[in-house]
Design a protein around this ligand. Structure first.
Ligand code: CP
Length: 314
């Protein structure tokens, strides 16, 4: 088995060597796609179920595209039209989907720990965490690392500034874990109300509440969306003030290194975390992140399922 564990629940569980293999394999898949090889039948006969209990544009679509490009069948489970509305639990939903014998179950869920919880009951499929609450979004961090490596020689030694709603961001957590494992230095920045107490001690990322300090000499600037859907109180006085203090502009980008790149996991809120034109400017690699998401997920599915000897058992 490629992964030490049957499931991919988070970056926390991945050794740096495994991360490097995933990233190298993703580059190979991208090269093949760019050379005109649109399909690779490596996963013919395999089935991937995307079980998304939260909205998604990028993650769900790219898992679907990736599975199809590898010849697998890809099924989208829509939580809002499922029997969840009749009171079925996550455990029973997971066991039901597993009984249809998918090879992979990609799970996105609003509750942190939902994929880990389901993994205790589902041992006949591979669960890939497609984002759980504020906990982790491992495939996003992997595709982000792949995108950074398109522009920087190595992750080791680079300085990455992650700016925005750190408190509610699984992307921030997975990225800090991955980048630090691979030898990068990470600064996180946002309003004090949106950076949890103890974040620096727990995650080893330097915390600052000042955007200029965060951007100083940064190689990579990763902007985050304010996650209104996870906020049940008011964390800053107004969007205008947030944008003035923490929104990225061309002028502020000059504080970062000259060849710095700007990233965003999406969806973006133009005019809040960015000047509206910043997302399309020459610093931005946001759409490259999306493109890399397909190759990265092809690599992951292929590495997990490629050489497997039937975990489905009886
Ligand atoms: N980056 C990300 O997870 O985007 P989606 O919510 O559109 O999948």
């Amino acid at each position: 088995m490629f992964l030490k564990s049957q499931h991919l629940l988070g970056i926390r569980d991945l050794p740096s060597e495994t991360i490097s293999i995933i990233l190298k394999t993703a580059v190979e898949f991208r090269k093949a796609l760019e050379s005109g090889i649109k399909k690779n039948p490596k996963l013919n006969g395999k089935t991937v179920i995307n079980a998304f209990f939260e909205p998604s544009t990028r993650t769900r679509s790219s898992f679907e595209v990736a599975a199809k490009k590898l010849g697998a069948d890809s099924i989208n489970f829509n939580a809002s039209t499922s029997s969840i509305s009749k009171g079925e639990s996550l455990k029973d939903t997971g066991l039901t989907l597993q009984a249809m014998r998918p090879d992979v179950l990609v799970l996105r869920h609003p509750h942190s720990g939902a994929p880990a919880y389901l993994s205790r009951y589902c041992n006949k499929t591979h669960i890939i965490n497609g984002g759980d609450g504020i906990n982790e979004h491992p495939t996003q961090a992997l595709l982000d690392a792949m995108t950074i490596l398109d522009h920087k020689k190595s992750l080791t030694g680079i300085l990455v500034a992650i700016v925005g709603d750190i408190a509610h961001s699984r992307v921030a957590r997975s990225n800090v874990l991955l980048l630090r494992k691979m030898g990068a230095t990470v600064r996180v920045c946002g309003p004090p109300t949106l950076i949890p107490d103890g974040f620096e001690m727990i995650y080893g990322a330097k915390v600052t509440f000042n955007l200029s300090k965060a951007l100083k000499d940064a190689d990579v600037v990763m902007m985050l969306r304010t996650q209104w859907e996870r906020q049940n109180e008011v964390y800053f006085p107004s969007i205008r003030e947030y944008s003035r203090l923490f929104g990225l502009t061309e002028k502020k980008m000059k504080i970062a290194k000259r060849n710095a790149i700007v990233m965003h996991p999406g969806p973006i809120n133009r005019g809040v975390e960015f000047d509206p034109q910043m997302a399309d400017g020459h610093y931005s690699v946001i759409l490259d992140q999306v493109s890399n998401g397909v190759a990265l997920r092809m690599a992951l599915l292929s590495l997990i399922l490629g050489k497997e000897e039937g975990i489905k058992g009886s």
